[in-house]
Design a protein around this ligand. Structure first.
Ligand code: ZN
Length: 396
């Protein structure tokens, strides 16, 4: 058996698609018809001020109202939303008496929409849903309309909500929280500011790379990881160079959705564990923090043959390494190319220039090691390993 197929032989999995996917430039025009099919009559639109400025919130509201639906809007979603943001959203939803939710925006809008859905339908507080499958009552149908090619949250059943007291990111997952419909319209992603294109695009690539090696990966997640990598790896340089390139925007949006599907089936690993404390304590954008740590994690994991084999498959498929190249060398080519993409995206690879000091490393490493995703990393990763990786990233 080829070495890269070894992990598949006895991998067991459950695969149940929960989200109807609709893809196409201009597909947002179908939102009214889709909402009525749910069936919805009163909709809560959850979005952020940037999406309002871009005109997308008004467009979606108009489309829904033209189809005969009533629309209430919560447009104050914050980046890395916390429990307070979710509570404000719930208050708007309660007043309006809605029977469906539309999440429009990046990952933060989707997370807030899902978080609101948990509390509106099942009561209590966000921390009550930290973990998997804690919601006992049915939840409202959600339509997710991503405007970034990034998180893939539209294909996941998790809401990531920050506890404002502890700065801890709580992953609250439940099959009922997954979007009923994901409406993928690449034309909506043209309005992303350059920095959002860069951070969300790097995050999407990181999802493909990280899900390709986790302990929980299986034949289904492998399919989605590989295709997510193929699309985002080709798409990111193009959208960075030509923001109006609709075809490449489509690759990024679809690649991000496949990455989200891969996460749903295989979880994430040490890169996200290392990134979360950087976002919590230094305000580094999620995609930036993830992209900064990813090459270090690839090099760390590649010391294990199975992970090196999976990285090598990605590298070979992207023509970064010939078939004849040893897996470890091919994995190094991948790590190097990921660094080049960070440079192309104009995102610094130095933690030092982002305000992190050597004295901060032990605390960051301790928190990274205790993150939920660390347990899915293919190579056992302890605080001392994170210290090493953070130290490498300090002075790039
Ligand atoms: Zn991510």
């Amino acid at each position: 058996m080829p070495p890269d197929l070894a992990h598949i032989a006895l991998a067991s999995f459950d695969y149940s698609p929960r989200t109807k996917l609709i893809f196409g430039a201009g597909a947002v025009a179908r939102i009214g018809e889709l909402a009525k099919e749910l069936p919805a009559t009163k909709v809560l639109l959850v979005t952020d001020p940037g999406i309002v400025s871009a005109g997308h919130a008004a467009q979606v509201t108009r489309l829904l109202e033209t189809a005969g639906l009533k629309v209430a809007c919560f447009d104050a979603v914050e980046e890395n939303p916390g429990t307070h943001c979710v509570e404000k959203c719930v208050a708007v939803a309660r007043r309006a008496g809605i029977n469906a939710i539309v999440g429009l925006g990046g990952g933060s809008s989707m997370d807030t929409a899902k978080g609101c859905n948990f509390i509106l339908t099942n009561g209590g507080h966000m921390k009550d849903y930290w973990g998997i499958g804690k919601a006992k009552k049915p939840m409202l149908p959600l339509i997710a309309i991503p405007t970034t090619g990034g998180t893939g949250s539209e294909c996941q059943s998790f809401a990531l909500i920050t506890d404002e007291r502890t700065h801890q990111k709580m992953a609250c997952g439940d099959p009922k929280a997954a979007a009923r419909i994901a409406l993928l319209d690449p034309a909506l992603t043209l309005s992303q500011p350059p920095r959002v294109t860069a951070c969300s695009g790097i995050d999407a690539i990181a999802h493909a790379v990280e899900t390709a090696v986790t302990r929980a990966r299986n034949p289904i997640s492998d399919l989605f990881s590989r295709e997510a990598f193929r699309l985002t790896f080709a798409g990111l340089p193009r959208v960075l160079k030509s923001p109006g390139d609709l075809e490449a925007r489509g690759w990024m949006l679809l690649g991000a959705a496949w990455g989200g599907t891969a996460i749903e089936n295989s979880m994430l690993g040490a890169t996200h564990s290392a990134a979360n404390p950087l976002t919590a304590h230094f305000g580094i954008a999620h995609g930036h923090a993830v992209g900064l740590m990813l090459p270090h994690v690839v090099r760390f994991n590649a010391q294990e043959p199975a992970a090196a084999g999976s990285y090598a498959e990605l590298a070979r498929a992207a023509r970064l390494a010939p078939r004849s190249e040893a897996a470890e060398t091919a994995a190094e080519h991948l790590a190097h190319r990921l660094e080049q993409l960070m440079d192309l995206a104009k995102l610094t690879r130095s933690l030092g220039t982002l305000g992190v000091q050597p004295k901060d490393v032990p605390r960051l490493a301790g928190e990274a090691a205790s993150q939920w995703t660390a347990q899915f990393n293919p190579r056992t990763v302890a605080a001392v390993d994170f210290e090493q990786m953070y130290s490498e990233a300090l002075n790039q």
